[in-house]
Design a protein around this ligand. Structure first.
Ligand code: FAD
Length: 307
């Protein structure tokens, strides 16, 4: 059995693996895609001390750093079930195999809900963005849209309005769902326009980058085009926690509930990164919490058995 088994090979899982291995204990990482969402990212400009890098480059560096240590890295494996065995915690994989461990760090991350319209995939990272904290500054002085009028959409629109030239927020329903105080703040800004009952139907571009979007006015049925350079999709971040339902405490959004030591509701099981209730989904935050989870799990091992 592993002393510490980490599920997920994104920034949170990589950090947990390094912190665990440095304690000299038997460490494993099991993941579908080593690198996680970082693999889908182009410019990264907010990883402190690295002014500029690219996602695939950072993912390779993360993996190389993990491989400096004695870590058993198992790729292309999907965790399907968490079971509290008689003696060990068990992670059952889709392949049918089961891995045993004395402690676990769950770091399976999250995924942005997509609009599912033509052009969205084609122009991902070429004008279609999901993270205003990450990509907002790339649109300085340009025109953007924010899709979604929930709290994250309205927060994104307020944030972006301070950077870009103009923001159009498109809400599918008749009214935005964000907190009233956020809506008031948004509507007070001079360079923001809000369209309700607006269904985004297509991302328009020239083959290289976004040039606009098309939407349908759901009250009249009319179709309109808007010229712009960027589209921030804010219709939900889905935690990869479906496989944990019924085993440990999840929030109403499906995030793993953790405390400030990254402990979950199940003894010996810790969690880190975008899959948890920790706010602000960022690489540096996921890495910080991955380190916390590993140190916390090590502390648990010292107290519960002789590691
Ligand atoms: P993830 O990166 O999501 O990694 C999850 C890991 O778990 C992966 O290895 C995955 O394969 C694995 N996994 C999932 N389910 C299972 C399962 N059932 N079994 C086994 N393995 C599983 N952040 C920044 O700080 N700066 C940026 O510039 C930035 N830009 C971004 C741009 C884009 C397009 C996106 C999508 C995100 C961006 N982010 C950025 C956010 C950042 O990528 C995430 O906050 C970060 O990757 C979260 O790390 P994580 O380890 O928690 O999860």
């Amino acid at each position: 059995p592993f002393d510490m088994l980490i599920v997920g090979g994104g920034p949170a899982g990589a950090a947990a693996a390094i912190y665990s291995a440095r304690k000299g204990i038997r460490t494993g990482v099991v993941s579908e895609r080593f690198g996680g969402q970082v693999l889908d990212t182009m410019a990264i400009e907010n990883f402190i001390s690295v002014p500029e890098t690219e996602g695939p480059k950072m993912a390779t560096a993360m993996e190389q750093h993990v491989m400096e240590y004695d870590v058993d890295v198992m790729k292309l494996q999907t965790a399907a079930k968490l079971v509290q065995g008689d003696e060990y915690l068990e992670v059952h994989l889709d392949s049918g195999a089961a891995l045993k461990a004395k402690s676990l760090v769950l770091a399976t991350g999250a995924r942005w809900r997509q609009m599912g319209v033509p052009g969205e995939q084609e122009y991902r990272n070429k004008g279609v963005a999901y993270c205003p904290h990450c990509d907002g500054p790339l649109y300085k002085g340009k025109r953007v849209a924010v899709i979604g009028g929930g709290n994250s959409g309205v927060e994104a629109a307020i944030d972006l309005a301070g950077i870009v030239e103009h923001v159009t927020l498109l809400e599918f329903d008749k009214a935005m769902r964000a907190d009233a105080v956020l809506q008031r703040k948004l509507l007070s800004l001079p360079n923001v326009k809000v369209l309700t009952s607006a269904q985004t139907t297509e991302v328009l571009g020239d083959g290289n980058k976004v040039q606009g979007l098309q939407y349908k006015d759901r009250t009249t049925g009319d179709v309109h085009d808007i010229e712009l350079e960027g589209i921030f999709v804010q219709i939900g971040l889905l935690p990869n926690s479906e496989w944990l339902k019924g085993t440990l405490e999840l929030s109403d959004r499906g995030e793993i509930v953790v405390d400030d030591r990254a402990r979950t509701s199940m003894p010996g099981v810790f969690a880190a990164g975008d899959v948890t209730t920790t706010p602000y989904k960022q690489i540096i935050i996921a890495m910080g919490q991955g380190s916390t989870a590993a140190l916390s799990a090590f502390d648990h091992l010292m107290r519960s058995s002789a590691p």
